[in-house]
Design a protein around this ligand. Sequence first.
Ligand code: NAD
Length: 513
Amino acid sequence: MTQVVPDTRIDHNDTTTDSAIRVVPHIIGGRQLAESEHFGKVYNPATGLVTASVAFASRDTVDAAISAAQAAAPGWRSTGLAKRAAVMFKLHEIITSRKHELAELITEEQGKVLSDAIGEIARGVENVEFCAGLVHHMKGEFLEQAATGVDVRQIRQPLGVVACITPFNFPAMVPLWMITTAIAAGNTVVLKPSEKDPSAVNWIVEAFHEAGLPEGVLNLVHGDREAVETIIDDPRVQAVSFVGSTPIAQSIYTRATALGKRVQALGGAKNHMVVMPDADLDAAADAAISAGFGAAGERCMAISVIVPVGDIADELIAKIKTRMADLTIGEGTHPDSEMGPVITSEAKQRIEGLIAGASTSGAELVVDGRSADLPEDGFFVGPTLIDHVAPGMPVYDEEIFGPVLSVARAQSFDEAVELINNCQFANGTAIFTRDGRAAREFEFAIEVGMVGVNVPIPVPIGSFSFGGWKKSLFGDTHIYGPESFNFYTRRKVVTSRWPLPDESHINLGFPTN
Ligand code: NAD
C-alpha cells in the first residue's frame, strides 16, 4: 500500500505560522509541557485552516514520560481496587455530563459531524463503564484442596508501564478503549495519540486527573515516529497497544515482539457487506449508506465493499444511488450535515486518486464523488459508488478509508464467502438476509473477527472485546472488555500448603497429588 506521508512539522521560526496559535501540550506527571523543537500543524479539516500546533516529543520528553509512569507504578499498583473503581465512576460522570465539549474538540480536528462525535464518545464511555466493574474483572480463581491440604489460586497482577498508541479516526474512543483498561488493571501508561487531532486526548487526560487519578499514572506525549519508536524501545515499557494502519501495525508488532514485549497491534480494514437475494433491499441500502459514508468512511468498521449475491445488484445499486443524492455534506458543526470532510488534503488526494484509477482498471464509476457539489474549502470528498470492482484493482486491494462504496458482484453465497476469505483484511463483515440458515452458515464459514447479521457495523458492546483477524490484528488479544484485562495483566498461580510440624518430611520426587 502506498502512503502519502505529509510533512506536518512546523518550525516556529517560520514567519508564515501564526505565533499566537494555541499549542497542544504533552501532559507528564500531571503537568503540561509545551516546549519542543518541533511542532505539528493541527487543521480543521472542514476549513483547511490551521487551528493549533502540537508539540512533538523528543527522546528526552518521552524518557521523562516513561520515568513518570515508572515512578507512579508501585503506588498505583498498591492502590485499593475500590479507589481505582471510584476514579472510573467519576470519569464516567465527567465525560457524560460534558460530552458536548469533547465532541466539539473531536469535530473541530477530526471533521466528523457532531452527532457522530457524540456516538464515538458513547462507545468509549462503554469501556469506562465496564472498567468501573474492575473489582470483578480483576478477580482470580481459587481451588481449595487441589491435593490434600493444598490450595491453588490464580491472581492477576498489572504489567507495569504500558504504551498506548492511537489513530486519528477515533481520537477519543480508541484511547478510552485502551488507557481505561490499562489503568483499571493497575498499570501506568504512556499514551501517544495521533498528531492529527490531539486535543480530545488532552481533554480526556485532564478528565482522568479531575476524576482523582494520581499524577504520573497517565502520561501523554504527542509526536510521530520518533516518539513511538523511543517508547517501544525503552526497556521499562512492558507492553504496547497500537491501533492504526496495517503497515505501521505490522512494523510495531515486529519491533516490539522482537524486544520480548506483549503487543496487540490493530491494523486496517476492508469490510464487506453481503446482500443475499432474499434480503430487504431497502434496509440493505440504508445500511450501506450509513456504514459506508458515516464519518466519511473513516471508520475501521466502515462498509467498503457491497457484495450483492445473484441478480439483485442492479436494483440494490439503484436504491443506494437514490439515497446518495439526498446526503447533506458539510462542516461537522452544522446541524444538517450528515457527512464531514476527510482528515487531510493528502487523504483527499489519495482517495481521489483511487477513484480516478477505478475506471482505468475496469470498474464502473456509478457516482463520482469528485464531481459532487461540495464546500469549497476544507478536505471534502463526495460520496462515491463504484460497480464491477474486483480483486487485483487498487480500489479493491487497498484500504480506501474514505467515502467510497465499491460493489463486487457475486453469483452465489459460496463465491461471496470465498471473496471475503481471500481478502488480506478481516476486521468486520456483515450479511443481510431473511434466511437464518444462510446467516448461520456465513457466521460459521467467514474468516473475519467481527460479524454482523443485518447489522452493518458490528462493533461489539463493551462487555465483549473488539478485534479483527489476519492483517487487521497482529497479536492474539482483542481490545477493551474481558480480553483487554487479560492483555494488561499477568496471571500468577500460587500453590499453598500449611503443614503441621509433624506432617513435614523429605521427598526428592517431583511433587504429585
Ligand atoms: P497510522 O498508522 O498512520 O497512525 C497510527 C498511529 O501511529 C499514530 O499515533 C501515528 O502518529 C503513529 N505512526 C504513524 N506513522 C508511524 C511510523 N512510521 N512509526 C511509528 N508510528 C507511526 O493510522 P491513522 O491514519 O492515524 O489511522 C487510520 C488507520 O487506522 C486506518 O488504517 C484504520 O483502518 C486503522 N484503524 C483500525 C482500527 C481497528 O480497530 N482495527 C481502528 C481504528 C483505526
